[in-house]
Design a protein around this ligand. Structure first.
Ligand code: FAD
Length: 330
């Protein structure tokens, strides 16, 4: 087994996902202990723009695995290509972002390689020749430390927003190596006919440093417009608790919590959300929590750094106005 640290670069619309870039920072911290190269693995077809975007973020080498059959993500195609490359090059560890695609891909690659895998990692370290990972457990009530035993490369699936985004102007200029890809179309058992993007007013949750979430206290779908307005002013994303999703007010991918997304932005603004344990499970790792609720006894205030007792319908528009005014003065 070598000492290289690989980062699987997930991308969409010709841009790498933020979590994949964050993993280059994770790889950099591991490399001080491991000493190997940081390798960004970019599969796909027509990936030059992605490679250019990864280029200055601190990778030593970029492996480009290009093939027309990799035009859209399929589990069979991508798992085959990544597993073949890992088998051939034998890195110490492969880092994959904990996204829908990463969670689909990583276990299949691990199974093909007979490799150890650890999922939902918050931090990673390298101790005595093995990977040591911390991961939140029991809806974040405990943090487990996992040591991956066994030889060969290990696959680590890392949560978003755990590592900083590396600077875009690293002096390192990675060497780009084109890997030959051998793919048999018959081995890909699914075909993607169409990809439909959900229209969002604001940036995706997983990419955001600031998230504004609405709960049942929003009272109806039309009122999410005031959260969209504040989000636009702040450059934030909009999410929700489960009731607005169950009531069809917002799409399913807004949901944060035990059965939704896990997020850890710099700032999480909870509007009309009581603070049930199932919601806290998805956002209590946020750096700074602000709660707006008209009930002073709402459990959300117990985890909030800043609590505002009041009517969100009065506060949110005023806040958006104040943000716009402050921005216009700079
Ligand atoms: C197995 C399971 C999984 C679950 N998974 C999830 C999950 O992933 N995510 C999730 O969120 N929930 C989940 N739930 C549901 C969870 O238990 C709660 O029911 C839910 O989180 C409550 O959402 P809420 O806080 O928006 O609504 P409520 O608990 O009804 O709270 C609404 C809040 O809005 C406040 N409010 C009302 N009007 C205003 C106003 N004008 N201004 C300011 N404040 C106002 C109220 O004071 C209240 O605190 C799950 C439940 C189960 C059983």
């Amino acid at each position: 087994m070598g000492a290289d640290i690989w980062v699987y670069i997930e991308h969409a619309e010709a841009a790498p996902k933020k979590v994949s870039l964050e993993l280059l920072s994770c790889a950099r911290s591991l490399s001080t202990e491991l000493g190997g190269n940081i390798v960004a693995f970019v599969p796909g077809s027509k990936i030059d723009q992605v490679i250019a975007a990864v280029g200055s973020r601190g990778a030593d080498i970029i492996y480009a695995a290009e093939h027309p059959l990799l035009d859209t993500y399929t589990t069979d195609g991508y798992a085959a290509v990544l597993a073949d490359a890992v088998r051939a090059e034998s890195p110490a560890i492969v880092l994959v972002g904990s996204t829908a695609q990463g969670r689909d891909l990583a276990p299949r690659v691990a199974a093909r390689l007979g490799a150890g895998i650890v999922t939902d990692c918050a931090t990673l370290a390298w101790r005595d020749g093995k990977v040591l990972a911390t991961r939140p457990m029991y809806t974040r009530k405990a943090i487990g430390t996992v040591r991956v035993t066994g030889g060969g490369p290990c696959i680590a699936v890392v949560l978003p927003a755990m590592y900083p985004l590396p600077d875009a102007d690293s002096p390192r200029r990675p060497e780009v190596r084109r890997r030959p890809v051998h793919l048999d179309g018959k081995a890909i058992r699914t075909s993607v006919r169409e990809v439909k993007s959900v229209h969002r007013e604001t940036i995706p949750l997983i990419e955001a440093n600031v998230i504004i979430s609405g709960g049942r206290g929003m009272k109806g779908p039309e009122n999410f417009a005031i959260l969209d307005d504040l989000a636009r002013a702040l450059g934030a994303a909009v999410g929700s608790s489960r009731p607005p999703v169950d009531s069809g007010w917002v799409p399913h991918d807004y949901e944060i919590g035990q059965t939704g997304k896990t997020v850890s932005p710099q700032v999480y603004l909870a509007c009309g959300i009581s603070g049930a344990p199932q919601h806290l499970a998805g956002m209590s790792g946020s750096k700074y929590i602000v709660a707006i609720n008209k009930d002073p006894n709402a459990p959300m205030f117990q985890v909030a750094d800043l609590g505002v007792v009041g009517d969100l319908f009065e506060i949110i528009p005023k806040l958006a106005e104040a943000v716009r005014k402050a921005k216009s003065q700079h």
